[in-house]
Design a protein around this ligand. Structure first.
Ligand SMILES: C[S@@+](CC[C@H](N)C(=O)[O-])C[C@H]1O[C@@H](n2cnc3c(N)ncnc32)[C@H](O)[C@@H]1O
Length: 338
């Protein structure tokens, strides 16, 4: 595997989509050629302290069968053995998971690039220092507004001040801090100020793109969905800001929506796995298909099953249907084992 070339692509293009999939980064590569994935997105838990209207995971409560600490550490060892270059840990809210730091340490002790996605609410000085000691690729903080109103109306029970303070602490501790902004009716008009704010907080990256119509976002779509006109203005602002902040703040945005992405994926699946908190492995966030179970199979076996799964008629037919009928996206968290 030519890790060097791929890793360059990863560092330049990382995931603009907050569902933590590598949107389009593997263009031109054949995922079947890889003996192991290039990227693993791991939803470490399902518990969350917030109840966001747009949550693609529908996070809130723990699953009854989440991987234990020992099982999670075993998965880390398999990640190391397979030489997977890049892992992203998400949730739920990963900082609620009691063994999150053990998992991160084992991954980092083996020099695997690691990003943590968090809502930032639980980051105090001690947590910021602990995160800094891990020498992470980045900590990605969800900041969905330049004002408390924009952020908190989407992130129900969220506290904007806490997130701002988390960003400051992380930056002060030397953590590569990135901001993710999910646009909706409530906050899309704050995009310009949110980028300026991310820059003034010392963030090094700003990620955004069209909100995915899955999970709770699908259920709340009529309330949260931004209009075509709003998106046009949004992308225009992003372009302007990209030029303005060139060399100072990396602004990553993906102009396509989830349907456009699925069409692409059908032709060219990415070399990545999405691991759920209970060890089941999904083909992709927007699809319901589960192609393996890490309690029953090794990561290597699941990777081979993932490659085969994309060729199955059931997957191809369903994905084609989703592309023409977006209502089916609402089923993305109702798993179908294949
Ligand atoms: C599911 S959250 C989990 C991590 C953490 N609890 C948080 O809120 O950041 C991971 C990222 O996905 C984003 N996200 C959630 N639902 C989304 C959706 N429907 N479309 C796009 N991004 C979404 C969140 O805003 C967040 O940046």
């Amino acid at each position: 595997m030519d890790i060097t070339t791929e890793d360059k692509k990863l560092s330049r293009l990382t995931n603009p989509g907050p569902d933590d999939e590598l949107r389009g980064i593997l263009k031109g590569t054949n995922f079947e050629d890889y003996k192991s994935p290039l990227f693993l997105a791991w939803q470490l838990n399902s518990a969350c302290n917030l109840s966001c209207l747009h949550c693609c995971q529908e996070a809130g409560h723990s699953m009854p069968d989440e991987l234990s600490k020992d099982e999670s550490l075993d998965l880390c060892r398999q990640i190391v053995e397979l030489d997977i270059p890049y892992v992203a840990i998400s949730g739920g809210e990963p900082l609620l998971c009691p063994h999150v730091f053990d998992v991160c340490k084992l991954i980092r002790d083996n020099n695997i690039s690691l990003k943590i996605e968090t809502n930032g609410e639980l980051i105090d000085q001690q947590a910021a220092e602990k995160l800094a000691s891990l020498n992470l690729r980045s900590v990605q903080i969800s900041l969905d507004g330049a004002t408390p109103q924009g952020h908190e109306s989407l992130r129900v029970a969220g506290n904007w001040e806490k997130v701002i303070s988390a960003c400051k602490m992380l930056v002060e501790c030397g953590v590569n801090t990135e901001v993710v902004f999910v646009p909706t009716q409530f906050n899309i008009h704050e995009i310009a100020d949110a980028i300026d704010m991310a820059y003034s907080l010392g963030a090094q990256g700003f990620y955004t793109g069209k909100t995915m119509q899955i999970g709770r976002a699908a259920k709340n779509w009529d309330i949260i969905c931004a209009s075509q006109e709003q998106y046009e203005k949004f992308f225009k602002i992003l372009k302007e800001k990209e030029t303005f902040y060139d060399g100072k703040l990396n602004i990553y945005y993906y102009p396509y929506d989830i349907i456009e992405e699925l069409s692409y994926r059908l032709e060219s699946p990415s070399a990545s796995l999405l691991v759920l908190a209970n060890g089941k492995v999904k083909l992709a966030g927007p699809l319901p298909f589960v192609c393996g179970d890490l309690r029953k199979e090794s990561l290597k076996e699941v990777w081979e099953k993932y490659k085969q799964a994309w060729k199955k008629h059931e997957v191809i037919d369903f994905t084609r249907k989703v592309i023409t009928d977006t209502r089916l996206l609402a089923k993305s968290n109702k798993w179908i084992e294949i």
